[in-house]
Design a binder for this molecule. Sequence first.
Ligand code: SF4
Length: 232
Amino acid sequence: MEGRVSSVQSLGAVDGPGLRYVVFLQGCPLRCKYCHNPETWEKDGGEMRTAEDLCNTILRYRPYFGTQGGATVSGGEPLMQPEFVAELFRLLHENGVHTALDTAGAGDLAKAEDVLLHTDLVLCDVKFPTESGYRENCGGSLAHTLDFLRLTARLQVPVWVRHVVAPGLTDTPASMRAVCDLCAGFPNIEKIEWLPFKNICAEKYKVLGIPFPMDGKPAYSQKHIDLLLQAL
Ligand code: SF4
């Protein structure tokens, strides 16, 4: 079983619990205005890897995972390659490695179910709390993400919701409160991670020759997010 891998990070500390080997897969059906990884969009790029080879590479880092860490598959949108992720996670589980799926829930939900059977934790990006905002700023559907979250609830997979707080898009207490309200309906959501918008990806867009819709917008600090949260 082969998949297209955009890049890897051998020891990441921000994509799930503990220290983790993070795999960024190639291909994404969305086009979020604040996307940090435009190099992952095209489904034909990246490097072909087999699930076995990638699993063996990840296992070399197992001593660093400790009791909490493991492997995270991110993107792009990992559910664009569900068979590959399901096989990689199955192999990792055979070797006792904790698996996390960093996804917007985009993709075929029937195939997502196969992935979730081998997923210990979902990091689910809820991009906008309204269908219109989601469509306008990401080119996708909030309803589809909610269907995916219902699937995680049915399968009782724990979820951490992630939400980028971006200037002029999602940086109002009302918008953030609406995200909280959406999440309140899912008993398997353990927490919401509020991610401050960063603009260091602007250079990537220049290199790729793609206009960056958020060019010139200020980066946000965690302190700024904390102040917004206090106003909820
Ligand atoms: S889902 Fe992720 S990779 Fe895809 S466009 Fe949005 S931020 Fe970028």
